[in-house]
Design a protein. Structure first.
Length: 274
């Protein structure tokens, strides 16, 4: 990978519990990134928001992000704005994300939507390690067709996003999204099917250690999510329960805001379960 800036841009953050509240125990970053002072949440968790001095992702950008959520901590990772992947006359950009969630900890990875501009090429790899069933994860990704208002509908060269989630040593979920619009019918059946925005969500199973109670809680959560999807006429999507009990969602819409509002409602359902 040709990195025109000669270095990799990095973020490393570690959340831990002190005096019953989540804090940032360790933090480091390199240009063009920095992290805002954490926002406190009502449940003694914190939100952090990486800030970027750049206008977006450019050709040759190389990024490595690492997040560690220690036992009992509650961390939410946000982003400051829609992520723009700019036009690239040649080359591409890449990002590697490594995440570790320990026992009884929870991570909400909740960034703003991604906008791949015409001619852009971007590759992202995310690896998440959940220590055991008590480790909770809410993961969101929203991908747009490009700058639709500028008539740049599916005109990017490549958008690749590979996600692997482990529980202990076991791989429990893998998604390998790789879109190359020149080679694929992006608006056809099995793809976006006429929509312009897509949301991918992963919700780890709620675990209390009581099998009958856990089954009831998770089935009720799934049913409430289906109700939200049925009540939203401008979307199309579904919920899949994995053999591990975790939930995976894929939802399509014509506006990013529609997906964000729906994701907010789903997140509130998930947060309400302790």
């Amino acid at each position: 990978m040709d990195n025109k800036f000669g270095k990799i841009s990095r973020i490393q953050a570690c959340a831990a519990v002190r005096d019953g509240k989540t804090i940032l125990e360790d933090l480091s970053f390199t240009a063009p990134y920095k992290i805002m002072v954490p926002f406190e949440k009502e449940n003694d968790g914190i939100q952090i928001m990486p800030l970027c001095a750049s206008a977006g992702i450019m050709a040759g950008d190389s990024q490595e992000f690492s997040y560690h959520v220690k036992e009992g901590a509650n961390l939410e990772v946000l982003s400051q704005s829609f992520e723009k992947i700019h036009k690239m006359d040649e080359g591409s950009a890449f990002r590697i994300i490594e995440i570790q969630v320990e026992q009884n900890a929870i991570l909400y990875y909740y960034p703003q939507p991604v906008i791949p501009f015409s001619g852009s090429a971007f590759d992202s790899t995310m690896t998440i390690c959940l220590e055991d069933k008590t480790s909770r994860l809410f993961l969101l990704e929203v991908i747009s067709c490009g700058r639709n208002a500028h008539e740049e509908r599916f005109q990017y060269r490549r958008f690749s996003s590979r996600v692997r989630i482990y529980r202990g040593e076991k791989l429990i979920y893998q998604d390998n999204t790789c879109y190359e619009p020149e080679k694929m019918p992006m608006e056809g059946n099995g793809m976006y099917e006429g929509y312009t925005h897509m949301a991918n969500l992963f919700l780890s199973e709620i675990y209390t250690g009581q099998d009958s109670t856990d089954k009831e809680i998770n089935l009720e959560l799934q049913e409430k999510i289906w109700q939200l999807l049925d009540e939203e006429p401008d979307t199309d999507g579904g919920v899949t329960r994995l053999t591990t009990g975790d939930l995976v969602l894929r939802i399509f819409a014509h506006r990013a805001q529609t997906l964000q509002q729906l994701a907010d409602k789903i997140k509130k359902l998930y947060e309400a379960i302790h």
